[in-house]
Design a protein around this ligand. Structure first.
Ligand code: FAD
Ligand code: FMN
Length: 749
């Protein structure tokens, strides 16, 4: 403010004496430094001169140290940063009042034009009227303690230790020539089991020194949280969000308004950037105070939400650490580095090519049982399910084309599926193919209940096998209460204008007020539908399919049995999850018995109803996946939602992948991830981090059947199968893309 207009009168009130602060060092990215430089080159110069700089991250796990480089961190002590900023403020004429405890109720605040409450995560000014600010606080599960040490770490260090009480780990980094931050974290269960809850601060520190002794080389751990006694030195991170940042003449800034988990080290950056933006808008000519504060909140809140999103992924990774501790050290480190989804596969290649290529070699070795030592993108590695081997990990996700007549696929389907198989994906799924005329979603859905359909599908399957290396999987389903509706592009889930047929479901719960009330299924109905699924499996075999998927997601018949939002039965098929799964499992088991044992089967599930605890949760999804696996499912196709009309999904890049990650790594099952995966980089990051075994793309394949071949050209991967007719185009595309990339790189230089 003073830099922009020296006439501003600014006063700062701080409860601590000068030079006293809680915590140790903070880390910044280069971008934050650029922001500070643009705002005040004088402060930035001093700060950058004093930065500790390092590139490597060391991950210590199960006796191995995995080092990756190129991460470019800079760190500085909190105390030193405050000193630099205080000196500069003083020099510019800001009045600093130390040891000045502030109380929101004090009438003196009314005489100020603006009171900037940057009083930290425990902000009194915010908590004096939480409703006015719309405060939302999420207390996270793990315990952590923020310590310091004179041991100088050369790399940003993550040290994971397995103990009889569970896993405990440290995040350590140097922030000055002779000082490092050392944060110890563990689950609450481990914390209690260690007895940290009953220890004094000194005892806790001694216990941590003993635990991490091998990393400390005889240096001590220290705390400067002298105001916290006993176990209170251990905190639970509190994620703070505020709907409104202004009330009266008070405006929130920094941790008072929002926090981002320390594992992504961005809280100080956010606070500094808030301050820069606030000063900008307050000094913009012609902008009223109200408009200035609105702009401040709107722009900063967007940045904060993006960061909080990444921070949530990172927080959850540490909270669910044991999901990944069965990984080999290299994959564990990769998973750690990509945990927030902000750092991707190609991003890691830019940081440390050699290390990333090591990960790729490791991936290929595992994918080929040691036969290949290739350094190539994970998406092109083969994958085996029973005796079926797919040439790569890209899958054309099932997509209803609503273009069949009487359930029989036609020339549209022939071209559509044929073209997608030529496009290079390892596995092509059919759309949901219905087991009976009444089991269709719309009159345009394909079916598998008569000989004409078998013949039409066989023509497609034969083409795929003769002209591509793709495998083809038949997805079988029954629409349940979502049946008898219009074509997808007409009106989603709306009943037909005329010619509706009666629909059945587990209970008489209709999809929406405009849909029919379904007939609750009798046991005789259940027998009939199960037998229809089995008959369709036999026809699928006759048509030559490589694989069968049971569609038990998205609110259709079998999914409706699984979700408590649609299944209100009081017999042995309703109530507990075990009961709700009984019929879908019975159908699956009967299908499995009819399908050859050397051929694989998958199940598509909705891993959440997006209805909180009232519906299926990701935790249930693990149980559901395990239950199908016990019946012989080789792959769980992890989709989400569409199980009730009121769902509240949280969309974003790769938004359903965390569910696949959970089912795969908690259930120890093979999974396929789907949902807004659209770049080769997404696919490679998901696969290398062990979040799925296959990646399915739906909409990207609608507009680009050749998505896989394009990705191969982009990544300069030569071993993909290209139909000979198209070889010429492929090499031309690869050359052009390479030339473009080189030109772009030259421009950056
Ligand atoms: C373990 C841990 C590690 C972290 N590591 C990093 C990192 O590496 N990089 C990073 O960018 N961020 C990191 N952070 C986050 C960072 O510390 C905060 O986001 C940042 O300090 C927020 O700045 P602030 O000015 O909003 O609040 P604070 O730094 O909390 O400052 C608030 C100030 O207000 C004073 N105060 C509060 N109430 C009153 C009152 N009533 N009267 C007078 N004075 C008062 C306090 O004494 C304090 O000086 C970490 C946080 C934790 C917990
Ligand atoms: C036009 C269209 C039709 C779909 N039909 C089906 C289907 O028949 N069976 C199914 O399981 N999912 C179906 N889906 C869902 C997709 O398989 C996929 O899960 C979803 O679109 C998210 O992936 P995306 O972001 O890559 O599109 C359909 C999606 C689209 C866009």
């Amino acid at each position: 403010m003073k830099l922009r207009d020296p006439l501003h009168e600014i006063e700062i009130f701080e409860r601590n004496p000068p030079g006293v602060t809680f915590g140790w060092g903070v880390v910044f990215s280069d971008l934050t430094v650029d922001n500070i430089t643009a705002n005040d080159p004088t402060s930035a110069k001093i700060i950058t001169e004093e930065f500790a700089h390092w590139d490597d991250i060391d991950v210590h796990f199960r006796g191995e140290t995995i080092t990756s480089g190129g991460h470019g961190f800079i760190g500085i002590g909190r105390k030193r940063l405050l000193e630099i900023l205080c000196d500069r403020a003083r020099e510019l004429g800001v009045a600093l009042h130390f040891e000045a405890e502030c109380h929101p109720a004090d009438p003196k605040w009314r005489s100020y034009d603006l009171v900037i409450a940057s009083d930290g995560a425990n902000s009194r000014f915010r908590d004096a009227d939480p409703q006015a600010f719309g405060v939302d606080i999420d207390v996270r599960a793990n315990k952590f303690v923020w310590l310091g040490t004179s041991k100088v770490f050369d790399a940003f260090t993550f040290a994971f230790e397995e103990t009889e009480h569970g896993w405990i780990w440290a995040h350590a980094y140097r922030f000055a020539a002779d000082c490092s931050t050392f944060i110890v974290e563990c689950s609450e269960e481990t914390w209690r089991s260690f007895g940290f809850d009953k220890m004094t601060q000194e005892e806790s520190i001694a216990a941590c020194e003993a635990l991490f002794g091998k990393y400390l080389d005889g240096h001590e751990l220290q705390s400067n949280a002298t105001h916290l006694v006993g176990s209170a030195a251990w905190l639970n991170f509190r994620r703070i969000k505020c709907e409104r940042w202004t009330s009266g003449n008070v405006i929130l800034l920094g941790d008072a308004a929002h926090t981002a988990h320390f594992s992504i080290g961005s809280g100080t950056k956010l606070a500094l950037e808030d301050a820069i933006k606030l000063a900008d808008v307050l000094n913009r000519k012609g902008l009223s105070l109200e408009a200035a504060l609105d702009e401040y909140q709107a722009e900063r809140n967007l940045e904060v939400l993006k960061l909080q999103n990444s921070a949530r992924n990172s927080t959850e990774w540490f909270e669910t650490l044991e999901r990944y501790t069965h990984f080999e050290p290299l994959q564990f480190a990769y998973s750690l580095l990509t945990r927030s989804q902000r750092i991707s596969h190609e991003n890691l290649r830019l940081r440390d090519r050699e290390w990333l290529e090591g990960v790729e070699r490791w991936f290929w070795k595992r994918a080929t049982a040691g036969k290949s030592n290739k350094t190539a993108p994970p998406m092109f590695a083969p994958f085996k399910l029973r005796e079926m081997e797919v040439q790569n990990r890209v899958v054309v996700s099932p997509m209803d084309m609503y273009s069949a007549v009487d359930g029989t696929p036609n020339d549209f389907h022939f071209v559509h599926y044929g073209e997608r198989a030529l496009g290079g994906a390892g596995l092509v799924f059919t759309e949901m193919t219905c087991v009976s005329p009444e089991g269709r979603i719309s009159p345009g859905c394909t079916g598998m209940w008569n000989a004409d359909q078998v013949a039409a599908w066989k023509r497609i399957v034969d083409f795929v096998h003769a002209n591509s290396k793709a495998k083809i999987c038949l997805q079988l389903g029954h629409s349940g209460a979502k049946g008898s509706t219009k074509l997808g592009w007409e009106e989603d889930n709306a009943p037909l204008s005329d010619g509706n047929w009666p629909v059945m479901a587990p209970s008489d719960v209709r999809w929406s007020p405009v849909n029919q009330v379904p007939n609750p299924m009798t046991r005789a109905d259940m027998d009939e539908v199960r037998d229809q699924f089995v008959a369709a499996v036999r026809m699928g075999l006759e048509a030559g399919f490589d694989m069968i998927e049971l569609h038990a997601a998205h609110g259709y018949l079998l999914s409706a049995f699984i979700t408590p939002l649609q299944n209100k039965r009081t017999d042995e098929y309703g109530g507990s999850l075990e009961n709700r799964l009984r019929y879908p499992l019975e159908v699956f088991a009967a299908m499995r018995a009819a399908w050859p044992s050397d051929k694989p089967m998958s199940v598509r599930i909705s891993a959440t109803d997006w209805a909180g605890e009232n519906g299926i949760t990701p935790e249930d999804a693990v149980e559901i996946g395990e239950a199908f696996a016990r019946e012989g499912a080789d792959l769980i196709d992890v989709s989400a939602g569409q199980t009730w009309a009121g769902q509240q999904p949280v969309y974003g890049r790769m938004f359903q992948t965390p569910f696949s990650d959970r089912v795969r790594n908690e259930g120890k099952l093979a999974t396929m991830a789907v949902g807004n995966i659209y770049e080769p980089d997404h696919a490679n990051s998901i696969l290398a981090a062990g979040r799925a075994d296959l990646v399915a793309l739906a909409r990207p394949h609608l507009v680009d059947p050749f998505w896989t071949l394009r990705a191969a050209a982009q990544l300069d991967y030569r071993d993909v199968h290209v139909p000979p007719q198209y070889l010429n185009g492929m090499s031309q595309l690869a050359r052009n893309l390479k030339r473009e990339a080189e030109a772009a790189a030259a421009l950056r230089v």
